[in-house]
Design a protein around this ligand. Structure first.
Ligand SMILES: CC(C)(COP(=O)(O)OP(=O)(O)OC[C@H]1O[C@@H](n2cnc3c(N)ncnc32)[C@H](O)[C@@H]1OP(=O)(O)O)[C@@H](O)C(=O)NCCC(=O)NCCS
Length: 277
């Protein structure tokens, strides 16, 4: 712990448990700290989880630090004020494992790298999702997966790999984002894509249906308790619209000129939603 004015800087040791970190934080405030600044190496998930559980506000991204002339470091940064509650500020989202008849919904992992890169290189994918952050090279996969996990830890997005139930090979992706949870029963947007070999079997529609049903389940039962889901798909994306309908979504409108096309133009988006029964 270092002190600068009334700011105490906390760098947890690797593997330090919650109790130990909380004791350091308590002592810092007893010694007059107004603010505890937390710094940990990017990728130390146990440390981030502890800081999150103690109520630290955590910066969403990675910060490149290191003193002048010294080696650069990638760090996560957070802060906790003297009067802040020692409880999480946001939900830590996790892609819980959900089994369907032919697929398993599970977290993405490094062993899916080839399938991610193949999808990113697919012309249909590139036409329909021109601004997707999907990695186009294998060496970019670890950083991509860390960003996916970080967005889940920050409560802003959660993504599932749709894997073949028998082979565990990745077939596609289903994600929830744009959460609006200010109201008691929140809403979210659904997004999806399939690896070229994952298309045409009806698996993706069943996977989107499964994620939708789970997310509308009660929080007590492990769901998210959402009341309404919506999705946007370019008017020209017929496969996606068919999928939406098969997954229980209803077309409710059009958002004019809101889908950016691969050539930099705009086309209409079809708006679909699905309500909790
Ligand atoms: C959208 C996507 C996930 C759909 O995957 P899928 O459900 O396996 O797709 P399918 O090939 O089974 O097509 C779905 C349906 O649309 C139909 N369809 C596909 N293209 C069509 C076309 N051009 N005209 C008419 N019908 C078409 C299929 O016949 C199928 O019909 P069915 O439901 O009666 O069987 C996949 O096409 C994809 O990954 N696209 C690129 C990424 C993307 O567009 N994501 C969605 C962004 S909103």
């Amino acid at each position: 712990m270092t002190r600068i004015d009334d700011v105490f800087v906390l760098r947890p040791s690797p593997g330090e448990d919650r109790q130990a970190v909380e004791a350091v934080v308590t002592e810092a405030f007893e010694q007059g700290a107004g603010l505890v600044l937390w710094r940990a190496p990017a990728g130390d998930w146990a440390a981030r989880r502890t800081a999150w559980s103690l109520g630290f506000a955590l910066a969403p991204g990675v910060h490149r630090t290191g003193s002048a002339g010294g080696a650069a470091r990638d760090e996560w940064i957070g802060w906790l004020g003297r009067a802040d509650a020692h409880e999480p500020r946001s939900r830590w989202l996790e892609p819980v494992v959900l089994d369907g008849e032919r697929f398993r919904l599970r977290p993405w992992r490094q062993s899916d790298a080839t399938r991610l890169v193949e999808t990113a290189s697919d012309p249909v994918f590139q036409r329909m999702m021109p601004h997707s952050p999907l990695p186009r090279a294998t060496q970019d996969v670890p950083a991509y997966l860390q960003r996916v996990r970080l967005s889940e830890a920050n409560g802003v997005r959660v993504a599932w790999c749709v894997a073949d139930l028998e082979t565990d090979v990745a077939l596609g992706n289903v994600a929830l984002f744009e959460f609006d949870t200010d109201e008691p029963d929140g809403t979210a947007q659904v997004g999806y894509w399939a690896h070229p070999e994952g298309r045409g079997h009806g698996v993706m529609a069943a996977a989107v249906d499964a994620v939708s049903t789970w997310s509308m389940g009660s929080q007590d039962g492990g769901g998210l308790g959402l009341r309404r889901l919506f999705l946007l798909t370019a008017q020209s994306n017929i496969a996606s619209q068919r999928l939406a309908e098969r997954a229980g979504f209803v077309r409710v409108g059009t958002e004019r000129a809101s889908a950016e096309t691969a050539d930099g133009g705009w086309e209409d988006n079809a708006l679909y939603d699905r309500l909790r029964p």
